[in-house]
Design a protein. Structure first.
Length: 209
């Protein structure tokens, strides 16, 4: 399932999955095996598809799995979550300093419709995935929350062969983002394997081609 998820979200799909990484992912799936995620995600289907897929051309699962991994599609009041705001838990200083809030007008990252948060998260992810990592979405996921400058500086320190994710990514914080992304994505695409019989795969919400 990890192999398939990697192929679904990244143009660079020759990864090695260390046994410890797989163990950590399996251990975290229980945190996402909670009924109701599909219904919550469905409310934001249009804003996610418009911002991530239609406008920025990112792989269809990316916006959904990032939201699942960081918030489980639950909103918290502005300023109440130390991770950040909106479905993607975007750090407000990052959004402000990188200029991503410019298109939001009077809307905020915590608005119930999540239009601003989707615009900001998608623009930011495009910078990471396309501009910095050349389509390597998994390393972009590991960088989520870093400024583009910080992400670029980290990238430049890495070895040319980056297939072994667990070996290359040494930061506990970055490993945590990657583990949660895989755990969330696996549950979200295979709810029946986790006894979530009232939920459907998030891929049902992707645009129909």
């Amino acid at each position: 399932m990890c192999d398939q998820l990697a192929k679904d979200v990244s143009s660079k799909n020759e990864y090695k999955f260390d046994s410890e990484l797989l163990h950590q992912i399996e251990a975290r799936t229980s945190e996402y095996s909670v009924p109701g995620f599909y219904k919550r995600a469905h409310e934001f289907r249009d804003v996610i598809n418009d911002s991530f897929i239609n406008e920025n051309g990112l792989d269809a699962p990316l916006g959904y799995i990032m939201a699942m991994s960081r918030s489980r599609f639950t909103l918290s009041p502005a300023g109440s979550n130390p991770q950040g705001e909106g479905l993607w838990r975007i750090p407000l200083p990052l959004a402000q300093n990188a200029g991503y809030l410019g298109r939001c007008g009077t809307q905020t990252l915590s608005d119930a419709n999540q239009k601003c948060a989707a615009l900001v998260a998608a623009a930011y992810m495009k910078t990471l995935v396309i501009d910095l990592w050349g389509g390597d979405s998994l390393y972009a996921v590991a960088c989520f929350g870093m400024t583009p400058k910080e992400a670029a500086e980290w990238r430049d320190k890495l070895p040319p062969d980056r297939r072994d994710l667990w070996k290359v990514i040494n930061s506990a914080e970055q490993r945590e983002r990657l583990i949660r992304f895989f755990a969330a994505g696996i549950v979200a695409e295979h709810p029946e394997k986790f006894d979530l019989m009232t939920d459907s795969p998030l891929s049902n919400l992707h645009p129909k081609r």
